[in-house]
Write a protein that binds this ligand. Sequence first.
Ligand SMILES: Nc1ncnc2c1ncn2[C@@H]1O[C@H](COP(=O)(O)OP(=O)(O)OP(=O)(O)O)[C@@H](O)[C@H]1O
Length: 624
Amino acid sequence: MKTEKKEVYHFQSEVKQLLHLMIHSLYSNKEIFLRELISNASDAIDKLRFESISLPTLYENDSNMKIQISINKAQKTLIISDNGIGMTRQETIENLGTIAKSGTKSFLESLEKKENQKNELIGQFGVGFYSSFIVSEKVSVRTRFAGAKNNEGTLWESSGEGEYNIKNIIKKTKGTEITLFLKKEEEEFLEIWRIKNIISKYSDHITVPVYIQNYDEKNKTYFWEQINKAQALWTINKSSIKEEEYKDFYKHLTNDQNDPLVWSHNRVEGNQEYISLLFVPEKAAWDIWNRDNKHGLKLYVKRVYIMDNYQEFLPNYLRFIRGLIDSSDLPLNISREILQDNAITENLKKALTKRSLSMLEKLSKDSDEKYQIFWNQFGLILKEGPAEDHENLSKIANLLRFTSIKNNNHKQNMSLKTYISNMDSKQEKIYYITADSYKSAKNSPHLELFNKKNIDVLLLSDRIDEWMMNYLIEFEGKKFQSISKEDSSLNKLTEDKKIKNNELSIEILEFLKKVKTILGDKVKDVRLTNRLTETPCVVLSDSNEMTTQMAKLFSAAGQSVPELKYIFEINPEHTLIKKISLINNENQLNEWIELLLDQALLAEKGNLENPHKFISRMNKLLLT
Ligand SMILES: Nc1ncnc2c1ncn2[C@@H]1O[C@H](COP(=O)(O)OP(=O)(O)OP(=O)(O)O)[C@@H](O)[C@H]1O
C-alpha cells in the first residue's frame, strides 16, 4: 500500500518540450483545451462501455454515462469530470507524465523548423491533456480505475513546469475529475456562456451527454444542463446532416484542422449490415510516410466503440482514408485477432475498398481542382494500388494521373482516358518512359521519334513508377509500352521512314558489321534505327529484359542485378555517324565506336561505370 505522502516525479523531456511549444504556439486558440479534455473523457467512457461487455461489474451500478463541467468562480477553477474507466496509479504516471506516441522526438524536432505551420502541426499531432496548461497555472487530476477499491484513487498535480506530484487518495466514484486552476488572465473561462459556447462548437458529435452546472436564479438552486445532442452523427439520416456537421465531425475524429476534401456516408442493409463514413483528407498527415503511422478506420459494433485505427478494413494503398465503420454483424466482444481471420472483415474490406475508389472517382468527375489536390497529396500512395489490388486494377488505373510530352510541365494531371482519347489512329499502345527525374525523362533521346510524329508519351519519374508499370499491362484494351524497350509496334508509325536494306549504301552496311565486331559481346545487338532524329545513337532494352530504371531500383534496394546488355542502335542519317563511317584508321574507329556506346549508355543510365575512361577518350578524339 502506498503512503499518503506526495511523491515527486519528473516529466519525460519530450513532455517538457511539448508543453513549452504548446504554450507558445497555441495562445491564439486557447479554448481547444476544453475540446481535448472532453474528448479524453468521452474516450474513457467508451473504454468502460467496451470493457464492461465482458465484465459488467465495472459499471459499479453507475451506467448512466456522462461528462460534467462545473465552474467555481470563487476559487477560479473549472472542473471536468467523467464516470468512465479512470486510471490506476501506474497508468496515471505513464499517461500524464510521458508521451507514448512513437515518432514524438522527430516530430518535435521537425516542428522547431516550421515556424509558420506550428499551430496546424501541433493540432494534428494531438495536443491532448497537456493543453490544460495553456490556460492553467496548476492542474489537479483525481482518478480511480473502474472496479478498484475506493482507497485506490490517485491524485496527480502539477504546474506544468517540469515535475508533478502523485498521491494516493480515496475516491468514491470511478472515473476522472480534472480541476483547472485558471491563470489570472484566463478568467473568461469562468463565464458559463463562454464554456457553453465552446462545448457546442466542439462537442456536438460527442456521443456522451455533456452537462454544465447552471444556477436557477428563481429557485436559487443548481441544476445540470445538457449542452450537446449526444447523438452519433453517423447514425443520423444523411439528408438531415449539414455539410458543416460532417466537417466538424471529421475534425473531431482526426484532429486534422483542415476540412476533408470529400466524404461518403452509407448505410448498408441486407446480407451485411453496417454504416460507414469515409473521408479523404485535404492534407496528408505528418506521419503518413512513417512505417508505424497509425492509420485505419475506427470500429464500432452496434454503436459501441471497439477500437481505433483498425487497418484491415482497407488495403494499404488507401491508407490515407479516414473514417469509421459501425457494424451490426460483428460480435461486441470481437478482438483484433478474431477480426483478422473473419469472413465479415474480408467482405467489409471489399465493400469499403470499392466505396473508397468510387468516392475518388466521383471526386475526379466533380472537381478537377479538388482531385488535383488529392493527387498531389496522395498520388504516390495510390500508385501502390496496381501491385496490391489486382481485382480493382482498372478502377485504380482510371484514377492515376500522369504528365506527358504534350503536358509540357511536370504536373501530373492527365488521366489514361484522356491519353487514349488523344491517340493517333495508327497508334496501338500507350507509350511511356521511366527515368530518375522529370527532366531526364523529358530530354531522353528515346522521345525523338515521338516528338517528330506528334505522339504523346507518359513521362514517369516517381520512384515507384517503374514498379507500378510492371502491374499495369493494359488499360481499356490498349497495352502499355516502355519506349526504352525494343518494340515492333513502332514500325507502323514509321512506315514512311522504314529502313530498307536494299536502299542502304554498301558503306553503311559495312560500317554496321564493323561496329558489331568492335563491340562484340558488350552489347546484345547492333542495328540501324529509325527512332532518332537529333541523336547519333541510343541503347534499348530487349523486350523481355529488365529496364534500366528497374535495375536501378533493384540495386538501390541492395539486390544484385545481372549486368544489362543493351541493343545498340545507330542513326545512319546523323552527320556524325556518316563522318565516322568513313574513318579508315582502325584504332581511331575503335575509339569512336566505344565513345558512341558510352554516350548512349550515359544518356540511358545517367552514369557510367568508368567515367574517367570516357573523358580521356573524348579528349583524345577532340585533339585528332
Ligand atoms: N479522463 C480520462 N480518463 C481516463 N484516462 C484518461 C483521461 N484523460 C486522459 N487519459 C489517459 O491519458 C492518456 C493521454 O491523454 P492525452 O490527451 O495526452 O493523449 P491521447 O488522448 O492519448 O491522444 P490524443 O489527444 O491525440 O487523442 C490517454 O490516452 C488516456 O489513456
